[in-house]
Write a protein that binds this ligand. Structure first.
Ligand code: ADP
Length: 486
């Protein structure tokens, strides 16, 4: 099966969030299953292009503009999966992927139309033709619409929704940049309350849709989580699936992780104690293995439940906990955590920024990991935490609901509990879960059981990749049916 994996970020080349982890790991897992995968993404400024070679060029029409695009051919650095980089320096040689200083680039419609159209124009000339084009989020959601308009050769399409809140909204005047016929700018197409909505186009025209957990696939069909698109998604309910993201244990495993001070396994946790010592020391916290240390690594966005954290901080410290936060994003939350760390220098530490190595050190050195998200399509950090013996406290939503089993007495007895879960989006509910977690931390036997259950669980990509192959087959069948129906 030939799959073109069309994505706007992929580790280790470019990353702003969980999408990049998927962009790096899923193609590798699909390749391991014998799928013929090729990745395509923009050539951003940060990408080192040694080893890549220029293989051709196409001109892309973007409304009134015509831009030259060069294609580089090479391999994804760690997995060796074949890949194309779409090179258009005016659009992609910039400091950010989607924007700078918290502001999106105003020409993002042009930029990502260029990615989609450049890629499709290049593909028209290739002997290698994908049976499936797998698109991700608004940045590549235009591909199914372009195929739906009959403007390029047909291939089956799957669109994966990683976060429904980011839709690619643009002023109506920019619609002509997409090159789609005006007849597609309607309520049944890309129009959304007077604006262009790229994600909506993908939701309407892709052969199949999926999102990154089964619970989120259900949630987004409701008004509460649907971000205005729940009606569109309910219309496609039969074609919408959920597949939980996997973990790349080649990168996230304390038994082999070169980025942490000491390695450890479920059978010998002495290395984890060393990691905690070093982390407390690095942040100037009181150095004591018996103090429960809570970690957070997160985009500082409303989605992540940070207002709940703000509301219970003082109570947590009074209960004897420490908190370390690594994150960047909304200046409000950056200030909040920085001020907290100043007020409680021995109990709280913060690092504002994006720092992958520190993310690993926090996963390894913390006892507990906090993710009280308002919504969480899949979530990766709770899965990383499990493997690092760092017990997650999560809200029951999306992928958190699908991966974390609350430590009720029954679940503990059955050996299925791996964390602490609360349901209501209130500070009280979070606090109750946190207090249960702190009590469990002080009970060595319970804690050991929780850690072991988490560390020995298997959320590797292999299982998820098999499910994706199943969806590809279904999407191909659907595309054939549509083609036959004319
Ligand atoms: P989202 O995709 O909503 O940001 P996920 O939990 O699915 O949330 O994935 C987040 C990914 O980004 C994880 O790999 C996490 O370690 C990483 N990450 C988020 N913020 C930072 C940061 N400030 N520094 C380093 N890594 C981060």
């Amino acid at each position: 099966m030939r799959v073109l994996f069309c994505v706007s970020e992929a580790v280790p080349l470019a990353k702003t969030g969980g999408l990049a982890d998927v962009g790096g790991a899923l193609p590798a897992a699909l390749t391991a299953l014998g799928t013929d995968v090729r990745v395509v993404l923009p050539r951003y400024r940060g990408i080192d292009s040694t080893g890549w070679r220029e293989v051709g060029a196409v001109d892309v029409s973007l409304g009134a503009k015509r831009l030259p695009v060069t294609v580089l051919d090479g391999q994804m650095p760690e997995s060796g999966v074949p890949a194309w980089l779409i090179d258009q320096p005016q659009l992609f040689d910039r400091a950010g992927l989607y924007g700078e200083g918290g502001q999106d680039y105003p020409d993002n419609l042009l930029r990502f139309t260029c990615l989609c159209r450049g890629m499709l124009a290049w593909l028209e000339r290739q002997p290698w033709q994908p049976e499936i084009i797998h698109c991700h989020d608004w940045q590549t959601a235009l591909v199914p619409a372009i195929i739906g308009a009959g403007q390029v050769r047909r291939a089956a399409t799957l669109l994966t929704i990683h976060n429904l809140a980011y839709q690619g909204l643009f002023p109506a005047e920019q619609f002509e940049v997409t090159g789609l016929p005006p007849s597609m700018y309607t309520m049944a197409g890309l129009e959304f309350w007077g604006q262009v909505n790229l994600l909506k186009g993908g939701l309407v025209f892709a052969d199949l849709l999926n999102t990154v957990s089964e619970t989120y696939a259900q949630e987004i069909q409701t008004a509460e989580f649907g971000a205005g698109l729940d009606g569109v998604l309910r219309d496609r309910s039969r074609d919408l699936f959920g597949i939980l993201n996997g973990v790349d244990y080649g990168v996230w495993d304390p038994a082999h992780d070169p980025l942490i001070p000491a390695r450890y396994t479920a059978d010998d946790l002495s290395g984890k104690r060393a990691c905690k010592d070093r982390l407390q020391d690095e942040f100037g916290l009181a150095a004591d293995p018996d103090i429960p240390l809570i970690g957070m690594v997160t985009r500082l966005a409303d989605q992540k439940g940070l207002d709940l954290v703000a509301a219970i901080l003082e109570t947590l410290f009074a209960a004897g906990a420490q908190l370390i936060v690594l994150g960047t994003g909304d200046p409000r939350y950056e200030r909040m955590f920085s001020e907290t760390a100043r007020r409680h220098p021995r109990k709280s530490g913060v690092r504002i920024g994006f720092d992958n190595a520190l993310a690993h050190r926090i996963e390894a050195g913390a006892d507990l990991f906090l993710m009280p998200s308002r919504y969480e399509p899949s979530g990766l950090n709770q899965l990383y935490s499990l493997r690092y013996g760092t017990v997650p406290i999560v809200r029951r939503t999306g992928g958190l609901a699908d991966s974390i089993r609350d430590a009720t007495p029954q679940a503990l007895r059955a050996g299925t509990a791996n964390g602490f879960v609360f349901a209501d989006y209130t500070p009280q509910a979070l606090l109750r879960a946190a207090q249960r977690a702190l009590a469990a931390f002080r009970d060595a036997a319970t804690w050991r059981t929780l850690q072991r259950t988490g560390m020995t669980a298997d959320f590797s990509w292999a299982a998820a990749a098999k499910k994706y192959v199943g969806l590809y087959e279904r999407a191909m069948a659907r595309s054939h049916d549509r083609a036959r129906a004319g």
